[in-house]
Design a protein around this ligand. Structure first.
Ligand SMILES: Nc1nc2c(ncn2[C@@H]2O[C@H](COP(=O)(O)OP(=O)(O)OP(=O)(O)O)[C@@H](O)[C@H]2O)c(=O)[nH]1
Ligand SMILES: [Mg+2]
Length: 420
């Protein structure tokens, strides 16, 4: 008789262990098992990849690449909306959107930045005269400023970044940082040991939109020295964003170096667990959780596909970054030191932020902006594009780095696919 209570006790212990394991798996989600998030309004959402096909990754690469080739070979012109704003007769009398061109740049990059600005002016800005904001943590030289003024059609603002916003916070554990950077460097993570690169990634993730000069603007077009623009744009892209209620625009999407973002996703899930209502009910979850093309990356990044919009080009609404979900989340990320103990890029940070906290229908793929930042290109079959080869992406051995097909397959609505 005495054995019955002992059996019950054993059963209870067993049940407790099982339920604890289930709870940990469902709620902590640190290995990408996903968890339930969302608010009473949005209903619960489970963060797991919903398109598992279990095909060999090499086959997925080929299929996705073919899909993209087909999409890019299709003739397009410009978005088929009836609200495109055409270039005005006099750009100086034009009622522009509240927008600026934006570049963080060093004095020594003058030649490269001028080269890129000349292309942007020819293709777009000579028709609208949007201003430019140049950011630097060091003073711009007279040579730099006069070199720029000679090529821009809009006002040029040369702005200084305060050390307090640029340098790493003093609570970063420098010993740990050095150890972690050496480790990442030994794993061939580019720029791992270059502190200025970490500062740059952090500043582009959480600083720039609160710079006093940028606070006066809503939209920005980020560009980089040495990038190429191939297509004429005969409409105002900022007004396109505004009139079509878009938050974020991109051209290229890539997988990241997985070792650089090992804890970005687990830290994000911690934030979501504490702030479940922050999750947007129509987020781009599958883009962020996909694990078919480069499953080793998703695994190493603890559940994040590492897929991101390549932020060296982006047109976006800074009010999104200034809003509570993004700014609280990115402050939480910052408080964990991951910008310095790992090498989180601003591209994955923007992409995870937009993908989780914004409606995916407000993200626009600019297929009509032909673009290159070494070694990747986007070039559509569009009569306004020249000097790029239609559907070219990169060297053969880097084909598997393209994750645009995931955006196309999992996140775009029919109307977005047909907008060109
Ligand atoms: N003022 C300033 N600008 C920087 C610094 N580091 C990078 N940048 C700028 O930040 C942007 C991104 O830097 P890149 O070095 O191009 O980074 P990346 O594109 O990841 O690397 P690459 O593939 O080498 O181009 C560029 O516009 C740079 O000019 C810095 O220390 N100071
Ligand atoms: Mg670059």
């Amino acid at each position: 008789m005495a054995s019955i209570p002992r059996k019950i006790a054993r059963l209870m212990v067993f049940a407790l262990i099982v339920s604890t394991i289930i709870l940990v798996a469902v709620n902590s989600s640190s290995f990408g098992l996903g968890g339930w998030f969302g608010s009473a309004q949005t209903g619960p959402r489970k963060l797991v990849f919903s398109n598992n096909k279990s095909k060999p990754p090499e086959k997925v690469v080929e299929e996705n690449y073919k899909l993209l080739q087909d999409v890019l070979m299709k003739p397009i012109l410009e978005p088929k909306t009836d609200n495109l704003v055409r270039p005005p007769a006099d750009p100086d009398q034009y009622d522009r959107a509240n927008a600026t061109m934006l570049v963080l740049v060093r004095n020594r990059e003058l030649g490269q930045v001028v080269r890129t600005i000349k292309q942007i002016e020819k293709k777009f800005n000579s028709k609208f005269h949007y201003p430019y904001v140049f950011l630097n943590e060091k003073p711009f030289t007279d040579k730099f400023m006069s070199g720029i003024k000679a090529v821009v059609s809009g006002t040029a603002y040369f702005e200084h970044i305060d050390a307090a916003d640029w340098e790493q916070p003093d609570w970063i554990d420098v010993k740990k940082q050095n150890q972690d950077m050496r480790q990442l460097d030994s794993e061939n993570v580019g720029y791992a040991k270059q502190v200025s690169y970490h500062n740059m990634c952090r500043y582009y993730s959480l600083g720039f939109y609160n710079h006093p000069r940028l606070r006066q603007f809503k939209y920005y077009w980020r560009f980089e020295p040495g990038t190429d623009y191939y297509c004429d744009l005969n409409y105002d892209v900022f007004k396109f964003m505004e009139l079509n209620n878009k938050t974020y625009g991109f051209v290229i999407a890539l997988y990241d170096v997985e070792q650089s973002v090992r804890t970005l996703w687990p830290r994000t899930l911690e934030y979501l667990a504490a702030n479940p209502a922050a999750l947007h009910p129509n987020g781009a979850y599958d883009f962020l959780l996909e694990n078919q093309q480069n499953p080793h990356k998703t695994k190493e990044a603890n559940g994040y596909s590492t897929c991101h919009f390549w932020s060296n080009f982006e047109i976006a609404d800074m009010d999104f970054y200034r809003s509570k979900p993004y700014s609280d989340w990115v402050s939480y990320l910052d408080s964990t030191g991951g910008f310095y103990y790992e090498r989180w890029g601003d591209a994955p940070v923007h992409s995870v932020g937009v993908g989780l906290f914004e409606d995916r229908d407000k993200i626009h793929w600019f297929r009509d902006i032909g673009y290159k930042h070494q070694p990747y290109t986007l070039c559509s079959n569009c009569p306004t594009c020249s000097k790029c080869k239609t559907a070219e992406f990169t060297y053969d051995h880097l084909k598997d780095q393209n994750c645009l097909a995931n955006w196309w397959k999992y996140e775009m609505s029919e109307s977005q696919r047909n907008i060109y």
